[in-house]
Design a binder for this molecule. Structure first.
Ligand SMILES: *[C@@H]1O[C@H](CO)[C@@H](O)[C@H](O)[C@H]1NC(C)=O
Ligand SMILES: *[C@@H]1O[C@H](CO)[C@@H](O)[C@H](O)[C@H]1NC(C)=O
Length: 598
């Protein structure tokens, strides 16, 4: 293969020889006689002079002219690919070196190389297809209107409580002013990195980055949940890496990913739910032999991105194998039971079918993995479409009075309809809209709009204007009663500051520009302000049904920072351009990761 520059040169030379031939017309005979009279040495000198002049002319031409002399695009893309591979290899070397350093002295302050921009950036003068990953580093200018300002103020209020009473621990308990430890990984900091970055809070960002650099280690002898750590910690680190370009986050992510790999050492390849990062061992949950279906199928975006970013294939290979395995299992019109045995690799028979807890993100990650891989893996899209078709056929129900659409569950061997919907299920509206935007059937939008409306009512009918964790629905009309469409059981009346509905509002706003979705989000934000705000942050509440007895629970989940406030901030972005949904895909914890070409 010749390079484009060579091909341009040869074209130019042949052109000039042709022109000098036409110039010689008329005087050619006498010139020819003189030429023959020259010695071989004199002729060589003339040849040399002509070639030198041609070369000088060529190199003085502007570079675009040179490029345009070749139409061979295949050559350009080949050049591009070779250069990109070399960049990946460089990234891998850095990661490996860093891991060795960490193994030598866990917990020590590690001197990282400063931010290495060449890993992510594309030279402007390169021509052809953009390389993978696409250029990602983004800069943000902070809030642009009073609603975004209010969300940032809420974030800061919450963050200050965390800083003061729980810094370096997983969660803040904002009423007792203590901390809560779950994984011992500074969860709130890692989960918040990209939100802080997107909100343009650069002082907080440097402080959080410093904590990650100096204190985030994965050597503790402690069981953690593979799925939770993947979506929150691995996803948080990868997102921070892609947004900022700072290799520190990638190095931490690679160490963490490495320590999670033992979870996949099962007979079926379906991972155990729990893994010990310090001892690098894994096992089933304490409550039984099964893993949750949504958990084992919602780690692929992160593991694939880790492979693409480091050049180490093992992460993507292990996680993709799980998806391929689940793809081959028999389903109920595309719907999956919520438990799967890690050793046999089989679904638990008669386990509940739901788009809520333990089922939800199976469907979400089918679509999002398909997008992440440039729409090149057909079975992911097909299984997503089967899942939505199965949902339409078996799970979509309407309430008796106002005909609100909701998504029911199927329980037991007879697959009986249970007319309840988790707040978690409210993610689906946004995911459906995302699929339609990327070319999937537009009928999905009807389901999306109806579901979003119902989810809105689960908020709006409560005196706190906050939705409960679970809502039940009446699907049969009773005679003579003062019947309601929706009701809430005492044990389900809590609100954990969950994001799924404002997440869907963000997607609906992003794709339609319909301000109703912003208005609904603003109402909900104010409800959080009215009923969950306390002196040192925002807290989960135990009861959304009574404004006198909200039973504040003294807990701030990390997804409040990672998702709820991030999606609200993005919902109030009037330009709808902060994060480009043709370039990024949000993982299940609200962390944006880049889309790849394949
Ligand atoms: C905006 O969305 C709301 C809620 O779905 C809907 O009722 C309304 O008709 C929409 N407005 C427009 C102009 O499409
Ligand atoms: C929140 O409180 C304000 C001021 O008291 C009130 O105007 C607003 O209606 C309340 N909003 C919600 C959703 O409770």
């Amino acid at each position: 293969m010749f390079s484009p520059r060579d091909s341009g040169k040869s074209d130019y030379i042949s052109l000039n020889i042709h022109e000098s031939g036409s110039f010689a017309r008329g005087t050619s005979r006498s010139l020819w006689r003189q030429w023959n009279q020259l010695s071989r040495f004199q002729r060589n000198i003339l040849y040399f002079a002509i070639i030198t002049v041609l070369l000088v002319i060529f190199y003085l031409l502007p570079s675009e002219t040179k490029a345009s002399t070749s139409n061979n695009e295949v050559d350009y893309s080949n050049v591009e690919v070779v250069q990109e591979t070399a960049k990946y290899e460089k990234a891998v070397d850095e990661v490996v070196v860093d891991n060795e350093e960490q193994a030598a002295g866990p917990g020590e302050v590690i001197e990282e190389p400063e931010f290495q921009p060449e890993i992510n950036q594309v030279d402007d003068d390169q021509i052809g297809e953009p390389p993978q990953p696409k250029p990602n580093i983004l800069k943000f200018n902070g809030p642009q209107n009073y609603k975004q300002e209010a969300v940032v103020a809420a974030f800061k209020h919450s963050w200050n409580g965390y800083k003061k009473y729980a810094w370096g621990h997983d969660n803040v308990k904002p009423i007792s002013k203590r901390y809560h430890e779950w994984f011992g990984l500074g969860l709130t900091i890692v989960d918040s990195l990209d939100t802080i970055y997107i909100m343009g809070l650069y002082d907080e960002y440097s402080r959080a980055r410093k904590w990650v650099e100096e204190n985030l280690v994965f050597t503790m002898n402690r069981d953690v949940n593979l799925f939770e750590v993947t979506i929150r910690v691995l996803g948080g680190l990868l997102s921070a890496y892609h947004l900022s370009g700072d290799i520190l986050f990638l190095n931490k992510a690679a160490d963490l990913g490495d320590r999670m790999m033992p979870a996949f050492s099962t007979r079926s390849g379906v991972p155990h739910s729990d893994v010990n990062l310090g001892t690098r061992s894994a096992h089933s949950p304490k409550w039984g032999p099964d893993s949750s279906t949504s958990e084992v199928t919602s780690i692929q975006l992160e593991f694939r991105d880790l492979s693409r970013s480091t050049g180490q294939l093992k992460f993507e290979t292990a996680a993709a194998r799980v998806s391929e395995h689940v793809h081959k299992l028999e389903k109920y019109d595309g719907l999956v039971p919520i438990f799967i045995n890690a050793n046999t690799g089989q679904f638990r028979e008669y386990a509940t079918i739901t788009l809520g807890a333990r089922g939800d993100s199976y469907y979400e990650y089918l679509l999002k993995q398909w997008l992440q891989t440039g729409k090149t893996i057909d079975y992911l899209r097909d299984d997503y479409l089967y899942g939505i078709a199965g949902t339409q056929k078996h799970l979509v129900k309407h309430t008796a009075i106002n005909k609100y659409l909701f998504i029911a569950e199927l329980v037991g061997a007879n697959k009986e309809i249970k007319p309840k919907m988790d707040h978690l299920t409210c993610y689906l509206g946004g995911t459906l809209a995302l699929g339609v935007h990327h070319g999937l059937p537009s009928e999905h939008n009807i389901l999306a709009e109806e579901l979003v409306k119902t989810c809105y009512h689960t908020y709006a009918i409560q005196p706190t204007f906050l939705a409960p964790e679970i809502t039940y629905f009446n699907i049969q009309k009773m005679e003579g009663e003062n019947q309601m469409d929706m009701y809430v059981k005492t044990n389900d009346a809590h609100n954990l500051l969950r994001p799924e509905f404002v997440e869907s509002l963000f997607y609906m706003w992003y794709f339609t520009g319909n301000k109703t979705y912003q208005d609904w989000g603003w109402q909900i934000f104010q409800a959080f302000e009215n009923y969950t705000k306390v002196e040192s942050g925002y807290t989960s509440i135990g009861n959304v049904r009574n404004i006198q007895h909200t039973r504040q629970q003294d807990m701030t989940e990390s997804f409040w920072f990672a998702e709820t406030l991030k999606y609200l901030y993005l919902l109030f972005d009037d330009t709808r351009q902060l994060i480009d949904l043709d370039r990024w895909v949000f993982n299940s914890e609200g962390h944006p990761l880049p889309l790849y070409e394949s």
